[in-house]
Design a protein around this ligand. Sequence first.
Ligand code: NAP
Length: 254
Amino acid sequence: MPTPCSDRARFAGRAVAILGGNAGIGLAAARLFAAEGARLAITGRNAATLDAVAAETGASVHVADMGDIAASTAALHAIGAALGPIDVLFLNAGVGGFAPVADVTEPFWDGIHDVNLRGAFFALQAAIPLMRDGGAIVVTGSIGSIAAVPGNVAYAAAKAGLRAVVRIVAKELLPRGIRVNMVSPGPTETEIFKRDASAAEIAAVRDMLSGVVPIGRMGEAEEVARAALFLASSEASFINGVDLFVDGGCLELG
Ligand SMILES: NC(=O)c1ccc[n+]([C@@H]2O[C@H](COP(=O)([O-])OP(=O)(O)OC[C@H]3O[C@@H](n4cnc5c(N)ncnc54)[C@H](OP(=O)(O)O)[C@@H]3O)[C@@H](O)[C@H]2O)c1
């Protein structure tokens, strides 16, 4: 089980924006950032869960669908107004979806890419001018960008595209001293594979995913979030442009 690291204060007074911070990995990160003294702003689509995070962490919260570029850009400007210059951006929002190649429709493909690649890119583009020089950006990728998992083609292509975006943004931001890294989870216990699924389907997916992780279990959201905080912190001051896989050994040992 993960152990808490709330005795540290790596982000005391820092302005931290989490896009997709009201569930799963983003919520775990919000709790850890808050415990380490950050001033938080969080986006998501679900107003009720956003309000719950606000009550728990003191975050300013902003309802915005990352697939809606205008809404997402407006939320980022509101975050800039609320926090001032952003020290840390955790671009984490994402959606999943499985379909074998033959069954992929245009709406299915677009639904994933509108959020995970197009929305993520334009959110980055809008956020960059709001960042403080010397800050850090962490983007959530996936082992899916590399692993050849049948049925994962649309999601994998979006996350692989996002990996390319991160590499180039990291290079373009070198003059401003802003580090840009990716944290890429393996199978992790969050809402992403439970949305619109029955209890039996969830149990079957959990069994299947646990079986493919060399460590023998799915990851916990906090285990991925802790890696994101590390990359965002000054402890990672010499790490730039990397894709850190937090996957229980899936890629290297699977
Ligand atoms: N869990 C895994 O096994 C796994 C593996 C590899 C990569 N990932 C990646 O990890 C990231 C976090 O996922 P998770 O597992 O923590 O899933 P999750 O529990 O479903 O959380 C997803 C987060 O993203 C937000 N979000 C989703 N679509 C959005 C949209 N269109 N606009 C704004 N916010 C949106 C959600 O907010 P709302 O609840 O308000 O919609 C929520 O805060 C994603 O990028 C995902 O692709 C997860």
